[in-house]
Structures are given as structure tokens and as C-alpha cells.
Design a protein around this ligand. Structure first.
Ligand code: NAD
Length: 498
């Protein structure tokens, strides 16, 4: 098969003015940290991008104290309409600086520019616009009249969607009247620090948003701080467990968005061309660094060979390389550690008897890369069917009946998301109803919208982000909490059907 040749189309970096060093953003200004600064590198080239301050316990104290002062003196006293104006202003500034933010995100994280430009950054703006609209309507969130903010929120986020996870955390917290201290992941701090500049540009009162950088111990000091009222964490299940332990017995409210091992179920009546695109989007979007990735393909046995053949053909057309090239489909793996984990689990997959197929592509000399890979002949007991690989690796299992598909899909400690591909609307509803997953996509995958709650069951965590559920997690009320007390519900999103 021959493919069209693509000339390189690199996005210019001229728009981005990175400083050589970044401090901590506390009380409305950048200041030095007391820990040893660390480097942020480009995962695609391993080149040094900037030196980042490291917050120690004293810096965490200062950030929480600034957030508390801002909460007491300004933010919690401001009307919802006025808070909303600040959030609208942030949303517009994100739009104005969208190209710069997209370039910074791709440089620092390794994700393709077409994803940061067309998915991450537009969704960041959408999240702030959406929650700006809620700020003066809190009486209608579903918690009864006059719900109140919680106070100071400690927020810790991962590296896979750095700016988007920041928006998911900060937008609802501020709209509800809380102040925040946020810690980005140590490999992807840059866009959070650019966001701190946006906070300054938007003229937010000092201390309403504080960004502190550092690794796990900084995060642990933040969530364990005695003057924090709410902890919101997105990251791995193991760290989520440690945080749940540290918060237990305190008055802090906690939401956890953790890992996943989603089943993407393809029935034999599915629109195959769309399903192939959905499978690719499900697991190869963002190099598979997606908590809700469709990392387990459950395909009906009668169409297994056809689906796998077509999938291999499609994967052979994906272009791996420079994240800043507008043609790139598969960017860099975020870090050497993550690459090692993907390699290790893939080797285990082969050792346990699954069959590995890897798309032929040229791997750049420097940086961290992993070619799109499929494992067939996978059984439910294999580690690659049970553990989150968090990379561009798909494990394929088969089923014969809907009941078997449901049993296999639910045979996981996780419960974040799932996908269903079929022509029958009745089957979508019947199967979605039985899947133990917080989000179920039908004839589509990896769709996000600020009005749609997102979150997990079981080891994928608890609490919802997005929608009014997302803002309810930052509010308290004397009346019974209608939204918060409701059992965890799943969101079913249907793609366009013929
Ligand atoms: P991670 O848990 O290692 O780190 C996440 C964040 O927690 C980082 O900022 C890290 O510095 C910090 N941290 C580490 N140890 C800590 C501690 N003891 N106390 C407080 N903070 C600590 O996860 P990761 O490798 O950055 O991200 C990948 C994981 O995140 C995957 O498992 C993925 O599924 C999950 N994730 C989940 C969602 C979701 O919405 N459910 C979204 C994105 C990523």
C-alpha cells in the first residue's frame, strides 16, 4: 500500500515566550521556592525547557495561608455575578492566548499540536465559560437555597492533560466561591504557570488562585495541610488510596478521579468504519495517556478477524513524531519512567501468551516514543487486560453474546468509562444499563463536555467533575444535599447514528 507523503508542517514556537526560570505563584505573584528547583524537559527531544521552583512545606504553608486570606477577605464575600465576571475574563484570555498555550502544552507534554490546539485548549476555555455561568445560579445547583463554598481547596493533578485538568479543578471551585492551591504534575508544570500569568492578567484578587510546583512530597504536604477544607485529586489509584488514608478522620471533603481500564465493546452489527475510528481514537488519542482510554477492545468473535485487519491497516497510516508538527497523530510518551512502564507491561503481555503487533514507524533518535501496538489472544487473567498501561497499547478480547461482553467488561477493578458500538438503540440502552462505568459512550468515544459529569466507580475513584455535580462537590448546605446524596450515576453519550 502506498501513502501520500507529508511535508513537515511544524507549528511555530515564536508565539511562546518561555522564561528560563519559573517561581511559585503565591498571593498573586511569582516567588522563589525553598526546595531544590527542577527541570522541565521536552519529552520529544529531551531538551531543557525551563527550571521550575520546588515548593517545600513552608511554601505550602504560605500558599494555603494566602488562599485562606483571600477566601476570608474577598472571594467568599463577593457576589456570584462578580465571581462569574472574573471567570468569563479568564475564559476569554485562554481563548486569546490559545495558540501559545497549545504550543507550550505540546512542547512540555509531548502531545500532538492538533490535539492540544483542537481539543485541550478549547475545552479549557469551555470549562471556564461553563462554570462562569453557574457562579450566580448556585441556588439552582440542586443543593437547596444559598449553598456555601467550602473554603480552601487543595488540588493535585496529573501530567496527561495538564491544562485541562487544571480547568476541571479550578473553574468549579472558583465559581462556587472557594479559593485554591493547585499543584501540577512535576513533568508538566509549564502551562499551569502560564495560567498563573493569565490569573494576573485577569486581575483576580491575590491569593484566590495559587500554583505551587514540585513532586509527590509537595502534593502530600498540600493535601495533608491542616487548613485545607477540600481535597480534589486526579491521578493514579495508588496515590489516590494514600490520599484517602491521609484525609480520613478529618473534616476535609474529598473527590478522587483515578485510573481506568475501559472496555470498548464492538458488536457484529456495528458500523465498522466508524468503529475502527472510534477504537483508534479510544486508545491512541494522546498516546493512550488517558484515564478513560478504551484500552480493552471487546470484539464480537464473528467479526474479530475483519476488525483486526482493518485496524492494522488504519494504524499503519498514523504518523508518529514531532508533537509540534501539524500532521502528527502520535506524539511522545511523557517521560522515561512512563515509557519504561509501557515497555515492561507489554513484555509481560507477550510472556503471558498474548500476540503482539506493532505498527511499522520510524522512532526518532531522541526523546521517549512507543509505536502503536495491539495485543490479540488476550485473556481476562492477563495483566495487560487488568492493569492500566497508560500508553498506546490495545488489548483485544472476544465475546460471543451480549451477556459475555457485559461480564468481561465489568471484570475489572476499575469503572471509569466504556464504549458500545452497535446499530441497535435498544442494545445500547440495555448494555449501558449493566456496565459498571461512570461514563458510557455509544458509537463514539472520548467525548468531553463541561456540562456532562465525569467520574468513576470502584477503584476509579469517587465524585464527579463537570456539570452541576462538579460544582456541588465544592459547596455545602444545611439542607439535604440532593446532588451529593444521589447514588453515583453514569453518563451515557451517544454519537451520531445513521
Ligand atoms: P500520579 O498519581 O503518580 O501523580 C498525580 C499527581 O499526584 C502528580 O501531581 C504527583 O506529583 C502527585 N502526587 C504523587 N504522590 C503524591 C502523594 N503521595 N500525595 C499527593 N500528591 C501526590 O499519577 P500520574 O502518573 O501523574 O497520572 C497518571 C494517572 O492519573 C493514571 O492512573 C490515570 O488514569 C490517572 N488519571 C485519571 C483521570 C481521571 O479523571 N480519572 C484523569 C487523568 C489521569
Amino acid at each position: 500500500m502506498s501513502f501520500l507523503e507529508y511535508a513537515p508542517a511544524p507549528e511555530s514556537q515564536a508565539i511562546l515566550n518561555l522564561r528560563s526560570e519559573y517561581g511559585l505563584f503565591i498571593d498573586g505573584e511569582f516567588r522563589e521556592g525553598h526546595g531544590t528547583p527542577f527541570a522541565s524537559i521536552s519529552p520529544a527531544t529531551e531538551k531543557h525547557l525551563a527550571t521550575i521552583a520546588h515548593a517545600d512545606a513552608a511554601d505550602v504553608d504560605a500558599a494555603v495561608a494566602a488562599a485562606r486570606r483571600a477566601y476570608d477577605r474577598t472571594w467568599s464575600r463577593m457576589s456570584g455575578a462578580d465571581r462569574g465576571k472574573y471567570l468569563f475574563r479568564i475564559a476569554r484570555l485562554v481563548q486569546e492566548r490559545s495558540r501559545e498555550l497549545a504550543v507550550a502544552e505540546s512542547l512540555d507534554n509531548g502531545k500532538p499540536i492538533k490535539e492540544s490546539r483542537d481539543v485541550d485548549v478549547p475545552l479549557v476555555a469551555a470549562w471556564f465559560f461553563y462554570y462562569a455561568g453557574w457562579a450566580d445560579k448556585l441556588d439552582h445547583v440542586g443543593l437547596g437555597a444559598s449553598p456555601a463554598p467550602l473554603g480552601v481547596a487543595a488540588q493535585v493533578i496529573p501530567w496527561n492533560f495538564p491544562l485541562l485538568m487544571l480547568a476541571w479543578k479550578i473553574a468549579p471551585a472558583l465559581a462556587a466561591g472557594n479559593t485554591v492551591v493547585l499543584k501540577p504534575a512535576e513533568t508538566t508544570s509549564l502551562t499551569a504557570l502560564l495560567f498563573a500569568e493569565i490569573v494576573q492578567q485577569a486581575d483576580l484578587p491575590p491569593g484566590v488562585v495559587n500554583i505551587i510546583t514540585g513532586a509527590g512530597e509537595t502534593g502530600a504536604a498540600l493535601v495533608g495541610h491542616g487548613d485545607v477544607d477540600k481535597v480534589a485529586f486526579t491521578g493514579s489509584t495508588s496515590v489516590g488510596r494514600a490520599i484517602a488514608r491521609s484525609v480520613a478522620g478529618t473534616n476535609k471533603k474529598l473527590t478522587l478521579e483515578l485510573g481506568g481500564k475501559a472496555a470498548n465493546i464492538v458488536f457484529d452489527d456495528a458500523p465498522i468504519d466508524q468503529a475502527i475510528e472510534g477504537i483508534v481514537n479510544g486508545i491512541f488519542f494522546n498516546q493512550g495517556h488517558v484515564c478513560c482510554a478504551g484500552s480493552r477492545l471487546l470484539v464480537q468473535e464473528s467479526i474479530h478477524d475483519e476488525v483486526i485487519d482493518r485496524l492494522k491497516t488504519r494504524l499503519s497510516t498514523l504518523r508518529l513524531g514531532d508533537p509540534l508538527d501539524k500532521n502528527t497523530d502520535i506524539g511522545a510518551i511523557n517521560s522515561a519512567e512512563q515509557l519504561e512502564r509501557i515497555r515492561e507491561l507489554s513484555d509481560v503481555g507477550e510472556a503471558e501468551g498474548a500476540e503482539r503487533w506493532t505498527a511499522a514507524c520510524t522512532i526518532p533518535e531522541n526523546g521517549f516514543w512507543y509505536a502503536p501496538t495491539i495485543f490479540t489472544n488476550v485473556s481476562t487473567s492477563h495483566r495487560i487486560a487488568r492493569e492500566e498501561i497508560f500508553g498506546p497499547v490495545l488489548s483485544v478480547l472476544t465475546f460471543r453474546t451480549p451477556a459475555e461482553a457485559i461480564a468481561k467488561a465489568n471484570n475489572t477493578p476499575y469503572g471509569l468509562s466504556a464504549g458500545i458500538w452497535t446499530d441497535k438503540g435498544s442494545r445500547i440502552l440495555a448494555v449501558a444499563d449493566k456496565l459498571r462505568a461512570g461514563v458510557v459512550w455509544a458509537n463514539t468515544f472520548n467525548r468531553f463536555d463541561p456540562s456532562s459529569p465525569f467520574g468513576g466507580y470502584k477503584e476509579s475513584g469517587y465524585g464527579r467533575e463537570g456539570g452541576r455535580h462538579g460544582i456541588a462537590a465544592y459547596l455545602k448546605t444545611a439542607a439535604p444535599a440532593l446532588v451529593a446524596a444521589a447514588p453515583a450515576r453514569k453518563t451515557v453519550t451517544k454519537g451520531a447514528t445513521k
